[in-house]
Design a protein around this ligand. Structure first.
Ligand code: BTN
Length: 255
């Protein structure tokens, strides 16, 4: 029988043998552990940390990412891109890597909601948080594998799970492989092509907040750095961060 470490490494494949792997039972946040460890010189890229549970999982915009044991995959990759990079492009690559890994292991096809959420059957099944650490970047990925017995405690009511039989550690290895493969050719047009093909927002009417004001726009595309290209009454614009919404019927288009 394969050990936990062997499961990750088998799915990672032979071309990333320089990766150091850390499997934790419980931690506060794998992103935070790597950030602090990297500052203290304990961890160097490329490095993958996976925890069975997190007590202070971090999401975007200062939100918490609830990370109980037994129902999710919580992993962070510390890497040092060899070509110029932006947080947007790294996040975009991570979203593609998670989609490709889920597709190859389950046949399911998640959709990407700009910029960093993956949806399946109209529900959010994965979140991604990229954080800079000097010249390095930490990419945190949380995937909901199973719906917890009492349901998800999210107030927005959008959380869902893959809910198919799947080995958590093999999925982590496959995600890391797709991500690290992509990082070696970060500016290859295929990455953007794979992202756009999984992004149903293109061509849709959305709303977004700008300086506290709600605005309407139509999405025209995604640029090289993962910026959302939109057209409002005032003309074309590129959104680099924040969140967009499809309105009240909201996530039904993201199945
Ligand atoms: C989001 O949905 O806003 C992003 C969620 C990112 C969660 C992952 S779980 C592993 C890593 N460690 C963290 O504390 N956060 C990321």
């Amino acid at each position: 029988m394969q050990s936990d470490r062997q499961k990750v490494l088998a799915a990672l494949g032979p071309s990333h043998a320089d990766l150091s792997l850390h499997l934790l039972h419980e931690t506060d946040s794998t992103n935070l552990r790597l950030k602090e460890g990297c500052r203290a010189g304990i961890y160097t890229a490329p490095c993958l940390m996976i925890a069975e549970s997190q007590t202070s999982g971090r999401g975007r915009l200062g939100r918490a990412f609830i990370s109980p044991s037994g129902t999710g995959l919580y992993m962070s990759l510390l890497c040092r891109p060899e070509t110029p990079w932006s947080p947007g492009k790294i996040t975009l690559l991570a979203a593609v890597a998670v989609c490709l890994a889920i597709e190859e292991m389950t046949g399911l096809r998640p959709k990407i909601k700009w910029v960093n959420d993956l949806f399946l059957r109209g529900r959010k099944i994965c979140g991604i948080l990229a954080e800079g650490a000097g010249e390095q970047v930490i990419v945190g990925i949380g995937v909901n594998l199973k719906t917890p017995p009492g349901g998800f405690p999210d107030t927005a009511g959008i959380a869902g799970a893959l809910d198919v039989p799947l080995d958590r550690l093999s999925l982590a290895g496959a995600i890391a492989r797709h991500f690290l493969d992509g990082l070696r050719q970060l500016h290859h047009p295929d990455i953007l092509r794979l992202y756009r093909a999984r992004m149903p927002l293109i061509g849709r009417e959305i709303t977004f907040l700008e300086k506290g004001q709600q605005k309407n726009a139509r999405v025209t595309g995604v640029d090289e750095d993962g910026g959302l290209m939109i057209v409002t009454d005032e003309g074309p614009q590129v959104l680099r961060s924040g969140e967009v919404s499809l309105g009240s019927a909201s996530f039904s288009g993201l199945e």
